[in-house]
Design a protein around this ligand. Structure first.
Ligand SMILES: Cc1cc2nc3c(=O)[nH]c(=O)nc-3n(C[C@H](O)[C@H](O)[C@H](O)COP(=O)(O)OP(=O)(O)OC[C@H]3O[C@@H](n4cnc5c(N)ncnc54)[C@H](O)[C@@H]3O)c2cc1C
Length: 382
């Protein structure tokens, strides 16, 4: 694995950094405080190729690969994790339709996602009674003539009120995980009801809503992949999604370190800048080492996916380590700021709130440990 970025990767990283610093970061605090979903920013991200970083150019993507994708997520998350989460989910949906869609589905839906015309994509798997155990989901899809009719409820769907294109999982047979199928649903379809946004601890600029399907009829051709393949698709998409969360965690932790470095140089106690106290220097050193370790795990998982090698275990390891790391690092950043760390005049309290969900969504830390253990035992038996 090369540790140097190639020209494409460096270019898109620099473009994301510029955009993150000039457009996303200046409004991040307001996005958080006013819980304002940054729809206009998604349009701009579409123009820059950030909504389909690993999607072919003929479908409106940047065709820059998975490593490039993690670099873009790092940069946008460093500025505003709430903006990054919708961007990451849009990439996930576009990639999934590219990989499993018919030619007609790809042509119809992917350019709408990558361009920002759909504003964002949504990934609707979790339900009120089940998140970790996706095979227990209860939403049904019944074939009626040339339509599928969906009934049921989804919970915590990121960008759900804004997403023009959604990928939705539903049960088409009572055969456990083998009875799940995946569908493409457009915003505004009669019978799709968007609920009240959740009042969240962090990622407050991200839109998280429940969705209800009440006799929601979609065209038969909106079935993604084959009937009964939904669980497989969800697991494949989540493997890739976990790389995105690891990159998001790295971005937030980098922001926390940057804020901390600037604060400890400025703040004085006992007649000198607090950055001169060894106790705080040790904290900063440990924070930096952990971010670098998480970065390497994240990039390795991305590289394996990009080069079409197995990456399930590596994606889970990157997600587990990076998300727990971001929580530790952001917590230390608050500590380094003393009382100012606890108020919203400084950004580190937002970083800590934003980092908290990273050990929960796209598979909790406990689920990542189950996946990692399963994978290492599988290879040990071979
Ligand atoms: C802000 C936010 C955005 C989200 N966005 C989306 C989205 O866009 N799309 C979507 O589909 N979902 C989304 N989710 C849902 C998220 O993926 C789930 O919350 C997550 O998968 C956990 O599921 P759960 O909440 O049902 O917890 P549960 O599955 O009920 O788990 C509760 C606890 O039990 C533990 N647990 C469960 N099973 C096991 C086990 N076998 N062994 C050990 N421990 C276990 C868990 O680790 C956890 O600690 C989002 C959630 C949040 C908070």
């Amino acid at each position: 694995m090369e540790l140097e970025l190639n020209e494409t990767q460096a270019l898109i990283r620099d473009s994301a950094r510029k955009f993150a610093r000039e457009v996303v970061a200046p409004r991040a605090r307001q996005t958080d405080r006013e819980e304002r979903f940054p729809a206009d920013v998604y349009k701009q991200m579409g123009e820059l190729g950030f909504l389909g970083v690993n999607v072919p150019a003929e479908l409106g993507g940047a065709e820059a690969g998975v490593v490039a994708y993690t670099l873009v997520v790092n940069e946008i998350s460093q500025a505003c994790a709430a903006t990054a989460v919708g961007m990451a989910v849009t990439n996930m949906c576009a990639e999934l339709i590219c990989a499993y869609g018919t030619e007609a589905q790809k042509k119809k839906f992917v350019p709408r996602l990558t361009s920002g015309e759909a504003i964002a994509g949504a990934f609707a798997l979790s339900e009120p009674h089940t998140g970790s155990d996706a095979s227990a989901l209860k939403t049904t899809a019944v074939r009626q003539g040339n339509q599928w009719v969906l009934n049921g409820a989804k919970q915590w769907i990121s960008s759900g009120a804004y997403a023009g294109v959604m990928v939705v999982w539903a049960r088409t047979a009572n055969t456990g995980s083998k009875g799940l199928s995946c569908f493409i649903v457009e915003q505004g379809t009669p019978g799709l009801i968007v609920g009240k946004p959740e009042d969240k601890m962090g990622l407050r600029g991200s839109n998280t809503v429940p969705l209800t399907f009440e006799n929601c009829a979609i065209p038969a051709e909106n079935l993604l992949a084959k009937e009964g393949e939904g669980f497989k698709l969800a697991m494949i998409a989540l493997d890739g999604g976990r790389i995105g969360i690891s990159a998001q965690a790295v971005g937030v932790a980098r922001a926390a370190i940057e804020a901390s470095c600037s604060y400890v140089k400025d703040r004085k106690a006992f007649g000198k800048p607090i950055g001169e106290f060894q106790a705080l220097r040790f904290m900063l050193a440990d924070m930096q080492v952990q971010v670098e370790a998480a970065t390497l795990l994240s990039l390795r998982a991305a590289y394996l996916k990009e080069t079409k090698q197995p990456f399930t275990r590596e994606a889970s390891m990157a997600k587990l380590y990076a998300s727990e790391m971001a929580n530790r690092v952001c917590d230390k950043a608050v500590q380094l700021h003393g009382g100012y760390g606890y108020i919203d005049e400084f950004p580190v309290e937002r970083y800590l709130r934003d980092a908290r969900v990273q050990t929960i969504y796209e598979g909790t830390s406990e689920i990542q440990r189950l996946v990692i253990a399963r994978e290492i035992l599988k290879s040990a038996a071979a």
